[in-house]
Design a protein around this ligand. Structure first.
Ligand code: SF4
Length: 650
């Protein structure tokens, strides 16, 4: 552990040495969670719980993919009852995997399920408590009376869990905080934490401790802050319950994976998390490999190169604040984080090469067009361009190459630390200087800091790279160094799937704390420049630091889902993916969907078989629209708000 991480900000064992957060062990059937157990993998079925055969088959596919717990929705007493048949059939077929009942509103379903399965999950936002989007002013006395009412309804479930040895997850969701919590704490990480702690204190009073906690949100900043704050508050109350990590409504495909890896990975880097569920709008067995890849990355992390410890964190880890920096040629200050593309390993650069980074050359007009995910800078290394590059794109050359250019104003030099210290010629406007953690502790480092034309590029060879770079940022904050900073990570000999997950964590963990003014990935494999560009813009969007595309908040679907979420999400995406910055929620049911839509601008929610209800924010605009017309109606609604733009073909 670092000498001391200031107690009021403490949320992990160490900010620089990888150490799993010590939690108590919880018994869930034969697979214990927390303590010294490995990070467990879980997922949730999407079949109708009343369909025993389909649920059993899907559970088996999930288990065979590596799922260690299977969660099944039990919205009412009938589904809760049917868990018995599902469990029996799985056991007959030789699968002992613990089952979890997902409960929303109904105590009687929970109380029955707790007698059947190994774990129940309750959401304190809607178990007994209510959510009608009302703001109610409570006096302290009224608030206490409400808590007393919750206690009376919740204690029977706790007693059953104790009697049957059933575990419980108290799972708070940012999107479904009760009116009571919202009225007192607002839509905040603190509200999420208090929502869980109220239920947790009731459990502790009953001397029931077989508990796991979660703080899920679709907004990755809120999610990370809420988990950190929960740990901090638990510490203060002498509690150490294990944590279930997840990003809700992450969506599907690449965006869903980036968002999940960014939120979950950021916490895993600090040793936080005892079980993972990656929620994708896809078949649940596809979630499992993603969760396994995220968890496996930490198998041997304890062996990382040591990082200089730090006495206390100089930032508030429970609130987003961007690090203060000055601006140099569009990097830093109040500008959005920039994306740097890398052509330095390309053998031949032609007009078409630029398509991979969002620029399209139109020969008849001799003009460049660009899309919303066009890179801002291009690192050419020792390469040179034989034609004019797009105006918006700034070029970076290795220092010696830059010296050899006939017109040095077309580019910016890139220095290694020692090169910069020794260089007699530098650019008046801007110089990129690569530094490692060793450089910032050198005596001559102060000569470089706060020079108004220096942009630092952080690089790390440590396998614990994100915390090492964060340590560098901490040093900058502590020493008042305000140069803009590029985060550069290198990935070699890993496939695209792993590169996407790892980079989301490595950049996301810093961006979420307000660190980083530009991002850059180096990869030896030449062919994936377009993939890397897309991934970097995806990471910035998932960290909520630069919005370049439509955001889809799609529920992962479950036994309640009223339409094919994958198909419908794809249809909606095909027509709306050019609406930069618009957030569209696609939710499978009206029971929980509206509560889980978080801060979406529009909602497309299943409200009956073949029926959709459309929302503007939290307000219902059209009820029970036929599903064949619902997408057109959604687009009409977006047009009414003057948010619609016609797609542009490049
Ligand atoms: S919103 Fe989606 S995942 Fe949540 S209960 Fe409804 S259908 Fe299931």
């Amino acid at each position: 552990m670092d000498a001391k991480i200031e107690n009021i900000k403490k949320y992990c064992e160490s900010l620089t040495k990888y150490t799993r957060l010590k939690t108590r062990e919880v018994k869930i059937g034969d697979i214990p969670l927390g303590g010294n157990n490995p990070i467990r993998i879980q997922s949730m079925t999407t079949t109708d719980t009343m369909n025993t055969a389909a649920t059993v088959e899907q559970s088996i596919r999930m288990i065979n993919a590596g799922c260690e717990y299977v969660r099944i929705t039990a919205p009412s007493i009938n589904e809760a009852r049917n868990l018995e048949n599902i469990k029996k059939e799985l056991r007959v077929r030789g699968y002992q995997t613990p089952l979890i009942a997902d409960i929303h509103f109904t105590p009687n379903a929970a109380e029955l399920a707790a007698r059947i399965v190994e774990k129940v999950r309750v959401n304190p936002g809607n178990y007994v408590d209510k959510k009608k989007f009302e703001t109610i002013e409570y006096t302290d006395k009224e608030y206490q009376l409400e808590l007393e009412r919750i206690r009376e309804r919740f204690v029977p479930l706790v007693k059953i869990c104790k009697e049957y040895g059933t575990a419980m997850r108290i799972g708070t969701n940012h999107g479904s905080l009760s009116d009571r919590i919202m009225s007192r704490y607002g839509d905040t990480p603190l509200g999420m934490v208090e929502s869980a702690l109220e239920f947790l204190r009731i459990c502790e009073n009953e001397n029931y401790h077989n508990i796991v906690l979660s703080m899920k949100a679709s907004n990755t900043q809120v999610m990370v802050q809420a988990y950190r704050l929960l740990i901090n508050k638990m510490n203060a109350e002498g509690m150490n319950y294990p944590l279930h990590l997840g990003v809700t409504e992450a969506g599907d495909g690449e965006d869903g994976r980036v968002k999940s890896a960014l939120g979950i990975g950021t916490l895993l880097e600090d040793g936080i998390g005892d079980t993972i569920r990656v929620s994708l709008t896809e078949e649940p067995e596809y979630e499992v490999p993603v969760a396994i890849s995220l968890a496996k990355r930490y198998d041997s992390r304890v062996n990382h190169e040591p990082i200089v410890g730090i006495d206390e964190s100089p930032i508030n880890p429970f609130e987003y604040n961007r690090r203060k920096s000055f601006e140099v040629i569009g990097i830093g200050g109040s500008t959005v984080p920039k994306v740097i593309a890398d052509f330095s390993l390309m053998n031949e650069i032609n007009y078409d090469s630029f398509k991979s980074i969002g620029y399209y050359y139109d020969a008849p007009t001799d003009k460049w067009n660009m899309n919303d995910t066009a890179s801002d800078f291009l690192f050419l290394g020792d390469n040179e361009l034989l034609f004019d590059s797009p105006n918006n794109l700034k070029l970076i050359f290795n220092y010696k190459k830059w010296l050899s250019l006939s017109d040095r104003t077309i580019g910016i030099p890139y220095f290694k630390y020692d090169e910069f210290v020794a260089a007699s010629e530098k650019s008046f406007a801007a110089n990129f200087v690569e530094i490692s953690i060793y450089d910032i502790f050198r005596d001559d480092f102060t000569k470089l800091t706060n020079q108004k034309n220096v942009i630092f590029v952080l690089a790390s060879k440590n396998i614990h790279a994100m915390p090492e770079m964060r340590r560098m940022f901490f040093e900058f904050v502590n020493s008042g160094i305000e140069n803009p900073v590029v985060i550069r990570n290198s990935y070699h000999e890993i496939d695209d799937d792993h590169l996407r997950l790892y980079s989301s964590t490595d950049f996301g963990g810093l961006l979420i704390d307000g660190f980083g003014d530009a991002v850059w990935i180096r990869s030896g494999e030449n062919g994936r420049i377009e993939f890397i560009n897309r991934t970097l813009f995806g990471i910035l969007q998932a960290a909520r630091t630069r919005i370049s595309k439509t955001e889809y908040i799609a529920c992962p679907s479950c036994g309640r889902t009223l339409f094919d979420l994958v198909e419908v999400t794809n249809k909606i995406r095909n027509r709306t993916e050019h609406l930069k910055g618009v957030k569209i929620a696609i939710m499978g049911c009206i029971v929980n969907g509206p509560g889980e839509m978080a801060d979406a601008d529009y909602g497309y929610v299943g409200s009956g078989v073949g029926k959709i209800t459309l929302y503007r924010g939290k307000e219902v605009i059209k009820r029970s629209v036929n599903s064949e017309n619902a997408l057109d109606e959604l687009i009409e609604l977006i047009k009414e708000d003057n948010v619609w733009v016609e797609p542009v073909k490049l």
